[in-house]
Design a protein around this ligand. Structure first.
Ligand code: TIU
Length: 223
């Protein structure tokens, strides 16, 4: 595959599509639909819906070009053995991790709330990485998956911008990956944190990566 050039900030980025993966971070019912983990924390989950259509368009284009697509899900084993007490016990949520909600136990693997939203469901063969933390590299085989496919560039989408997307971009940047973040394919419960999160990535000459939008990536993919 040839290099493609994608308009971005702080500068355009040329990437080899054969060494690129799209990562969809935690587009789960637990974060995007009422009755899940996100709402239990006091958030208006409807704020995340804006990212769905741009993600869908990007996924379609990436699949058409044969670009590797990886999905992640934040969640824990049913016995909570992979959930730190410091995570379970913090704050004052209406439902804690592991408690029963309308979509099953909050943030537990196998429950319907833990599943990816139907609009962005994985296709057969696309890796789905289950992660117990905010970052997609911590306690997962993501690095292995990427190394086996010689991936160098990550297009990071998903929710929420300043939590799991940001943690993953920081982890990836330290591991040597170029991270390109389409801002409209990400969303936050706290809009000013979404903006600040994107600004932090592209500041100082792109200290953690590059920021763009889905339109610019589609233009690059279709050029
Ligand atoms: N609460 C919040 O904004 N996010 C998370 O807890 N996890 C993810 O971002 N996936």
């Amino acid at each position: 595959m040839p290099d493609i050039v994608i308009e971005a900030e702080p500068e355009a980025l040329a990437i080899d599509l054969a060494r690129t993966a799209v990562i969809m971070i935690d587009m789960q019912r637990d974060f995007l639909e009422p009755g899940g983990f996100g709402e239990s924390l006091g958030n208006d989950v409807s704020l995340l819906a804006a990212a769905i259509e741009p993600c869908k368009a990007l996924l379609n284009a990436a699949r058409q070009q044969g670009v590797l697509v990886i999905h992640t899900r934040e969640g824990h084993l049913p016995d909570l053995s992979d959930a730190h007490r410091a995570k379970i016990e913090r704050g004052d949520p209406s439902l804690r991790i592991g408690q029963m909600g309308p979509m099953g136990r909050i943030l537990i693997r196998g429950e319907s709330g833990h599943d990816l939203i139907p609009e962005l469901y994985p296709q057969i063969g696309e890796p789905v990485v289950d992660k117990p933390g905010k970052g997609a590299f911590y306690a997962t085989d993501l690095q292995d998956i990427l190394q086996k496919r010689a991936v160098e560039n990550l297009i990071v989408c998903g929710v929420t911008t300043e939590v799991c997307v940001h943690t993953t971009v920081r982890e990836a940047n330290d591991r040597g990956y170029r991270c390109l973040v389409p801002g409209d394919c990400c969303a936050s419960y706290i809009p000013e944190f979404h903006e600040a999160g994107l600004n932090m990535i592209k500041a100082q000459g792109g200290i953690f990566g590059w920021v763009t939008d889905s339109k610019s990536i589609l233009a690059g993919l279709n050029a």
